[in-house]
Ligand binder design. Structure first.
Ligand SMILES: [Zn+2]
Length: 453
């Protein structure tokens, strides 16, 4: 108490001295207002009607800064930078054979299982404990409690981050009924719940949008839907299946929607230079003209998902839970593709903007923006080389930014990193992301916000 008072007095004294002694600085003070009241106002407890969780896969602080510098300049702000509460969370996984020990560098499966279930697990696990036991997910619990749910990604829908919400398998590779090699225990023909594709459809979120059509096209091997494709299983059980942007735009809100818009991951937004050991001449990114026009952009999927879930819940006392993933930030970081990575981050930011727009009209919505793990890319001195490969981009500021990829030899997959990552939020219960938390804490934050027990 004493300390606070003393600090307060000192601060007031400094402010007064600035105003009186150097009038020119008064303008600078206006530009740096005391945010105490705004921060107090932003602390909202109570219950949320809706939760929108936005995951930038592999979107560490470095990836955010690179995208910001390039797109809006060093002094600019992305939509994700405007959330009122920002904290950091640790992302580590645990070792499969000794779950008491951390695995410091997580993958998307273990990290996603963390916020989807509140439990740490091993790399590769999709919402199962290290012993293979399935864990109820936040989406499972919300469905049970009568909430509407959605799961949106630019990756294959069977990829780890979308998969952790609606399936439980011992390996992330078990994406379709004919890809069950590593998951015999989960296979339908062995009495399990089936592949990720089958389980997603069985869990039946109201909105499922992304890529991965090849796994939905695989043939179910056993059970009631034997010999059908998973996509046919989805149709038989009530899904409106759409496969392009026009189909998505036309899809009515009164039926669950499964949108599978690409065989694998969805196409990239931007293209640009490949980094080299000797750096590259400064250049800019280009729009990917090879991108299939039939594929909706992430922002289109986000808008549709929010609008459908909003319509479906308008006359209900229960709202919705929606996860939206910008998946290829991670994938292009792995590929050491700076423009690919930035384009996906900018596209993800556009989806965040939509979520914030919805929240403005519906303040009882908790919006959380975070990542599952850090990644390779680093901003290094302009024009420099590193032990890896670098590329230089001319940014929005008109300055050169050199990006290094050096966590693996050039030409091989760049690696995730074990750093903590940003978590930002606004709306009811958002204050629970403040400080340093754990990715597993996010499960409890969202659960509490929706009043689930
Ligand atoms: Zn990755």
């Amino acid at each position: 108490m004493k300390f606070t008072r003393k600090r307060g007095i000192v601060a007031a004294g400094v402010a007064a001295a600035l105003v009186v002694g150097v009038p020119a600085l008064a303008t600078a003070a206006d530009q740096h207002p005391d945010n105490t009241k705004a921060a107090q106002k932003a602390v909202v407890g109570g219950k949320a009607r809706n939760v929108i969780l936005l995951i930038g896969d592999g979107m560490g602080d470095s990836e955010i800064t690179i995208a910001r510098n390039y797109q809006v300049g060093a002094d600019g702000r992305l939509a994700m930078d405007t959330l009122p509460m920002t904290g950091a969370y640790t992302t580590y996984a645990v070792q499969k054979n000794n779950p008491k020990l951390p695995d410091y560098v997580t993958d998307s499966a273990a990290s996603g299982t963390g916020w989807a279930t509140g439990q740490k697990t091993y790399n590769g696990a999709i919402s199962v404990l290290p012993n293979g036991k399935p864990l109820p997910t936040i989406l499972d619990l919300e469905k049970k409690a009568g909430y509407r749910t959605g799961d949106v990604t630019t990756a294959e829908l069977q990829d780890a981050t979308p998969a952790v919400l609606g399936s439980h398998v011992v390996s992330r590779d078990c994406k379709g009924p004919q890809s069950m090699g590593p998951c015999a225990v989960n296979a339908k023909e062995n009495g399990g719940d089936g592949s990720i594709a089958e389980q997603l459809v069985q869990t039946k979120p109201d909105v499922l949008l992304g890529g991965g059509k090849q796994y939905f096209d695989q043939t179910v091997q056993a059970g009631r839907f034997k010999s059908l494709s998973v996509l046919q299983q989805a149709q038989v059980t009530g899904y409106n299946v759409v496969t392009d942007a026009a189909g998505l735009a036309a899809a009515p809100a009164n039926k669950p929607i499964l949108g599978a818009f690409a065989k694998n991951n969805m196409d990239l937004e931007w293209v640009g230079p490949a980094p080299t050991p000797k750096n590259t001449p400064s250049t800019t990114c280009q729009v990917n003209t090879a991108r299939a026009e039939s594929q909706p952009h992430l922002v289109d999927m986000a808008k549709k998902a929010i609008s459908v879930l909003d319509k479906q819940t308008r006359d209900s006392n229960k709202g919705f839970f929606l996860q939206i993933e910008g998946a290829s930030i991670d994938k292009q970081d792995h590929a050491a593709n700076p423009c690919g990575q930035i384009g996906e981050t900018v596209a993800f930011d556009a989806a965040i903007k939509e979520a914030l727009k919805y929240q403005k009209d519906n303040p009882d919505t908790l919006v959380v923006v975070t990542a599952d793990h850090g990644h390779t890319s680093q901003i290094v001195a302009a024009g420099s080389t590193t032990t890896g490969a670098t590329a230089t981009l001319r940014t929005h500021d008109g300055a050169d930014m050199t990006i290094s990829y050096a966590t693996a030899p050039l030409g091989t997959d760049q690696q995730h990193t074990g750093t903590e990552v940003r978590i930002a939020a606004g709306g009811p219960q958002a204050a629970n992301v403040l400080g340093v938390t754990n990715q597993t804490d996010l499960f409890f934050t969202m659960k509490r916000a929706l009043g689930l027990h």
